[in-house]
Design a protein around this ligand. Structure first.
Ligand code: HEM
Length: 203
């Protein structure tokens, strides 16, 4: 960049751009997927029957002798439905990233002038009773029809737009199925330890 500036006195790139690219990619790569998976682990503690179903699917499709791969994804509708459902249930970026209108526009009866900051409320979409019926329940089955993933039932927009959806759900799928293959999480209430002694805590 410095070389280019020396020769041409200008650059197609700037330090600010570099800083923002680093922020855009390093910040979410180090936080977003992990946060979603943490929410899912928390949910598995609250609803252990969901974890049992994920395990059953992993054991049946992948087994214990190899790592899960993205080729397994199409045969694991329940695990995928859990990832989609947690991103609906716990909206990671509630108001998305702020946008600016580049020209005047009209949405419904509202006129929005040029250069207006616009935010989308993804929580209201993800918790809309008219769309989901029972949005307050974590119910991965809502995305499954006749044993297969029913993508048309997924009206959620966890990534704001489908520009990112392929990459992110793939990464979530790989990480979650690999983690869960050898992990079993359970809530242990210390005072009740003697009563749960016989419980299998790890696999
Ligand atoms: C499950 C994980 C993630 C979720 C739920 C998520 C969600 C979102 C949402 C809601 C937006 C705003 C979209 C909009 O309003 O236009 C966004 C923007 C973005 N995300 Fe993610 N994201 C995730 C992971 C990642 C990862 C891993 C990366 C990069 C490695 C990434 C890079 C970006 C970038 C570059 C933008 C655009 C920012 C901008 O417009 O300035 N995201 N993401």
């Amino acid at each position: 960049m410095k070389e280019e500036e020396k020769d041409t006195k200008r650059s197609t790139f700037s330090v600010e751009q570099l800083q923002l690219i680093c922020t855009d990619y390093m910040f979410p790569a180090a936080s977003a997927v992990q946060a979603v998976l943490t929410f899912l682990v928390e949910r598995l503690l609250i609803q252990p029957e969901v974890q049992d179903k994920i395990h059953e699917e992993i054991d049946r499709v992948v087994g214990r002798d190899r790592m899960p791969s993205l080729d397994d994804r199409q045969n694991m509708p329940y695990t995928e439905a859990c990832i989609r459902e947690i991103m609906r249930f716990e909206t990671l970026v509630p108001l998305g990233v702020l946008h600016r209108t580049v020209k005047p526009t009209t949405i419904d009866k509202y006129h929005i002038p040029e250069n207006t900051v616009v935010a989308f409320n993804y929580v209201s979409l993800h918790m809309d009773k008219k769309i989901w019926g029972d949005p307050e329940n974590f119910r991965p089955e809502r995305f499954i029809k006749n044993g297969i993933l029913n993508l048309s039932a997924d009206k959620s927009l966890p990534f704001g737009s489908d520009r990112y959806i392929r990459y992110d759900t793939k990464k979530d799928f790989s990480e979650k199925s690999t983690n869960q293959q050898n992990l079993n999480v359970r809530v242990i209430i210390v005072n009740e330890w003697p009563e749960i002694k016989g419980m299998r805590l790890s696999r």
